[in-house]
Design a protein around this ligand. Structure first.
Ligand code: NCD
Length: 315
């Protein structure tokens, strides 16, 4: 079974097999190839709703561009302009949207499990564009495609994911995706931002392919890929665990000095939005080793692949 469309939804990386991930990556890579047609009719006549209850720049825009490039009609719901602002529940909003017969809803919400919940109550395809602290599957897929574009294959690659791991859906989806593909993932954070047992997400066929690290030197030595994560102050609540942003940046910010530990051809990634001077120094963010804007471009191609596999005729 190598077609994720049989799942009907894209809820997370956890439920995808290595073959399903590879099939999405190969379709996404074909959409990203130079000269690939920018306009297609694959999804002509389909209606896709993007329903974002949380802020987004890259994810929402790229899903919308991807849907349009495939010929679908796209309706974009901004929650501030919708009835949730008038007290309607998330589920009622979704059921009302479904009554208008869309083919898919792309949803982002601050509560973990939102996409799964909708998939149990709605008939249309549900695509998880980030649910709370749980998963962000399209981000992990575009990150994997970007890594493949630079490194060729995944087997044996050492990938360091650094920073705010505690509430990171990007990190969770990436650990599962990259370890299924054959990478080893080194998770690096201060003790206060390292979720207990996060390395368990990287156990594949009984093999432990993720490890926990507390210093940049330990995590970055001979790494092939360095991925920095945003410090998500909005999820820290009333108990900030970073007492001093400057001290955090000095210990966990990716600088040229930190990158000296990694392999000379190591690439630098970040899902965005970047806080310059916190997760990355500005010179590193703009350096030739940074593939941050390539990740954004790959986001359109991978989201075309996701929509095609879920909604295309061959599905
Ligand atoms: C991430 C998210 O929203 O989970 N951003 C994104 O989708 N590119 C990461 C973040 O906001 O820090």
């Amino acid at each position: 079974m190598s077609n994720p469309s049989r799942l009907g939804h894209l809820l997370g990386i956890e439920s995808l097999s290595r073959e399903q991930i590879q099939s999405l990556l190969s379709l996404g890579t074909s959409y990203a190839a130079p000269g690939a047609p920018q306009r297609q009719t694959t999804l002509a006549g389909k209606t896709i709703i993007t329903l974002f209850f949380e802020n987004s720049t890259r994810t929402r825009t790229s899903f919308e561009i991807a849907a349009r490039r495939l010929g679908a009609d796209v309706i974009s719901i901004a929650t501030t302009a919708s009835s949730t602002a008038k007290g309607e529940t998330m589920m009622d909003t979704a059921l009302n949207l479904e009554a208008m017969a869309p083919d898919a809803i792309v949803v982002r919400h601050s509560k973990s499990g939102t996409a799964h919940l909708l998939s149990r109550h709605l008939q249309c395809a549900i695509i998880n564009a980030g649910d709370g602290q749980h998963e962000h599957p399209s981000q992990a897929l575009l990150d994997a495609a970007t890594i493949a574009a630079h490194k060729g294959s995944f087997e044996g690659l050492q990938v360091a994911i650094v920073g705010y791991l505690q509430h990171s859906r990007v990190a969770r989806s990436n650990v599962m995706c990259l370890t299924k593909l054959g990478c080893h993932v080194r998770l690096c954070a201060p003790h206060s931002l390292m979720p207990a047992g996060m390395d368990e997400l990287g156990v594949v066929d009984g093999q432990r392919r993720a490890s926990l690290h507390y210093t940049l030197q330990d995590a970055l030595t001979d790494a092939d890929v360095v991925m920095a994560l945003r410090v998500q102050t909005e999820r820290l609540g009333d108990t900030p665990r970073i007492a001093d942003a400057a001290a955090y940046a000095a210990q966990y910010g990716i600088s040229a000095r930190a990158m000296a530990f990694a392999k000379p051809d190591a690439i630098i990634m970040h899902p965005g939005p970047v806080n310059r001077g916190v997760e990355l120094t500005a010179d590193i963010a703009d350096s030739s080793r940074s593939v941050i804007l390539e990740q954004v471009s790959m986001g359109v191609a991978m989201r075309m692949a996701i929509l095609h596999q879920l909604l295309g005729a061959a599905a």
